[in-house]
Design a protein around this ligand. Structure first.
Ligand SMILES: Nc1ncnc2c1ncn2[C@@H]1O[C@H](COP(=O)(O)OP(=O)(O)OP(=O)(O)O)[C@@H](O)[C@H]1O
Ligand SMILES: [Mg+2]
Length: 262
């Protein structure tokens, strides 16, 4: 297995996906490196969720190659993605409101001891996990329902860490959050990056993108419409790529140069 030093953890090469008459994705390329946050942005219907589903094994692509640490892999089921080390936190979070934080963290991966739930061990590991990620919540034994939106989001992200992934995909993690809660979640994203994880962050919020992403990949009508270095790109440029103002400008320029050509 050829692991390219400093190569991308994940590389998408020519991903296409069609739903009946709708060509949702056309020839998408994307690379994500360890210790990097890549924001995936684009208007409603641009294909962001469809792309994430293809990486997560929820809705495999029709065409194209997914490379993981430099080698092509098949990701046809969610299990394949998990095995590789790809964790996805969906917008609806899939947390259970009426059970506590420990129960939610270990939902579906409960620790058993002599055939019964080992609550003590799960609680210990929960505290340890939250502490490692500097997540502060009132108690690990309160129901999810009594946490704020931001706290819930951090719990959902913490849960995705239990499988020790190398890549975490966050679908609109701050969409429903206030200022303070958003800051909490963005801080956590930074900590994930600092721990060497690769992060794909789907967001409609340019302030979030500017605050936390290293690069931003723009999708427009199911196609790549530019990848930008966040530090050196203005918000306006990114928005232009999202809305298509850029390609209009290019088209206009081409049209103009055509007019002046002898
Ligand atoms: N299961 C499906 N069946 C048919 N068409 C679909 C399906 N899922 C997505 N699409 C279509 O594919 C295109 C891309 O949708 P997708 O959900 O990936 O967009 P998005 O970028 O995530 O948008 P949003 O910002 O609104 O979440 C849209 O035209 C959508 O209608
Ligand atoms: Mg979506």
């Amino acid at each position: 297995m050829a692991i390219v030093p400093n190569g991308p953890v994940l590389a998408l090469r020519g991903i296409s996906k069609r739903f009946g008459a709708v060509q949702a994705l056309t020839d998408i390329h994307l690379e994500v490196h360890a210790g990097e946050v890549v924001a995936l942005v684009g208007d409603n219907g641009a294909g962001k969720s469809t792309l994430v589903k293809s990486i997560a094994g929820v809705g495999p692509a029709d065409e194209g190659v997914i490379e993981w640490q430099g080698r092509p892999v098949q990701v046809t089921r969610p299990h394949d993605a998990q095995e590789l080390g790809i964790a996805t936190v969906y917008q609806d979070l899939a947390l259970c409101d009426n059970i506590d934080v420990v129960g939610n963290l270990f939902l579906g991966r409960e620790i058993l001891r002599a055939g019964v739930l080992d609550e003590v061990e799960m609680e210990r590991r929960s505290r340890e996990l939250l502490q490692t990620l500097s997540i502060r919540i009132p108690s690990v034994r309160i129901p999810i329902a009594s946490l704020s939106g931001g706290q819930r989001q951090t719990v959902a992200i913490a849960r995705s860490m239990l499988g020790e992934p190398k890549l975490v995909i966050l679908d609109e993690p701050t969409a429903a959050l206030g200022v303070e809660q958003t800051a909490q979640v963005l801080d956590l994203v930074e900590r994930l990056r600092d721990r060497g994880l690769a992060v794909i962050l789907i967001s409609h919020n340019m302030a979030d993108v500017k605050a936390v992403a290293d690069r931003v990949a723009v999708l427009r009508l199911g196609r790549n419409n530019g990848t930008f270095d966040v530090k050196t790109t203005s918000q306006e440029e990114i928005i232009s790529a999202i809305t298509g103002a850029t390609d209009n400008a290019v088209t206009r320029r081409k049209a103009r140069s055509g007019e002046v050509a002898k």
